[in-house]
Design a protein around this ligand. Structure first.
Ligand code: HEM
Length: 286
């Protein structure tokens, strides 16, 4: 107790404004209303990220040059890239921390706070949010290991295009030529769709942007927005599976165009991950 008291005095003495702001923030994050507001606001900010990311992914339909150039643009400034990454990470951590705290609090106070029927409905919804949230988190970890870390299909990750840029286009095509990876993305997107359907309208309501009781147009638009996001994300793997998007032979660079399929012809997307592996082995031996 006296340690906390002394720390508070030292804090007020050294940086009073920062100290008061920090205390207010701690108080806010400790209150039920504060936790709901922070969970809703961080959730909506993450939806904003999803919309931007989905828009970027759809550049695959403009061809490999457009997508690879977009990827170069995203990484052109290390300072901006790492600020954005840390911002995104903070949003995710805050969102998870606030929703878990609310769920724990609701559970411990359930008998006192809710009438029986309301409680049943509330816990079913919150349990489904927790399950789908965990599924989305598992998907994001897999996704980062796959496309950002290059640890799932490392040879597909190493490719460069004719301009010497990271060949994100070929990496995505090689990734979705693998049925296991397609399955992981489809399951991840299904989890995300269930999570978003409930989360968007709930966040809008918490933040006072949609009134409880009657369906405002914003609330009615929530499932539509969730469906648009999921359709936009699923469009990429499904286009590779159906052959609508395939390896661009003209702009593919060393690692992809120089690779030949076992028969002497250029590699098809299906053969790509195998032939890229062979090429990397040859390079390693040289
Ligand atoms: C089929 C759907 C998706 C595709 C094709 C896709 C594609 C990609 C690609 C290619 C990258 C790496 C970009 C680069 O290094 O140049 C990336 C990064 C990332 N994606 Fe996705 N993505 C999809 C869905 C999602 C979803 C649903 C989420 C979140 C729930 C997500 C979150 C991220 C994050 C956090 C990064 C890391 C950004 C960074 O490098 O800092 N992605 N994605």
């Amino acid at each position: 107790m006296s340690v906390v008291f002394n720390r508070e005095i030292a804090c007020y003495f050294l940086a009073p404004k920062l100290c008061i702001a920090t205390m207010k923030l701690i108080k806010l994050l400790d209150s039920t209303v504060g936790q709901k507001v922070v969970a809703g606001a961080t959730g909506l900010a993450l939806v904003g990220f999803l919309l931007v990311h989905m828009g970027g992914n759809l550049q695959i339909f403009a061809g490999s040059d457009a997508l690879n150039q977009y990827a170069v643009l995203l990484k052109s400034s290390a300072a901006v890239l790492w600020t954005a990454r840390l911002g995104l990470l903070s949003l995710i951590v805050l969102h998870i921390a606030m929703t878990v705290r609310q769920s724990v609090r609701n559970r411990s106070q359930r008998d006192r706070r809710y009438a029986k029927t309301t409680y049943r409905r509330t816990t079913r919804a919150s349990r489904s949010m927790m399950m789908t949230g965990l599924l989305v988190l598992a998907f994001v970890i897999f996704h980062l290991l796959h496309f950002t870390g290059g640890l799932i299909l490392p040879d597909a990750y190493k490719q460069t295009d004719a301009e010497g840029r990271h060949d994100v286009y070929a990496m995505v095509v090689a990734g979705f030529s693998n049925p296991f990876i397609v399955m992981v993305y489809v399951v991840g997107m299904l989890g995300l769709s269930v999570h978003l359907k409930h989360a968007i309208s709930s966040a809008l309501q918490t933040l006072g942007l949609a009134k409880e009781g009657h369906q405002s147009s914003l609330r009615k638009a929530s499932p539509v927005l969730a469906a648009v996001i999921i359709a936009g994300f699923l469009a990429v793997p499904l286009s590779v599976v159906t052959g609508l998007v395939a390896v661009d032979e003209v702009t593919a660079g060393e690692a992809s165009s120089a690779i030949e399929a076992p028969g002497g012809d250029s590699a098809s997307p299906d053969e790509l991950s195998v032939t890229v592996a062979e090429q990397t082995l040859k390079d390693d031996r040289r």
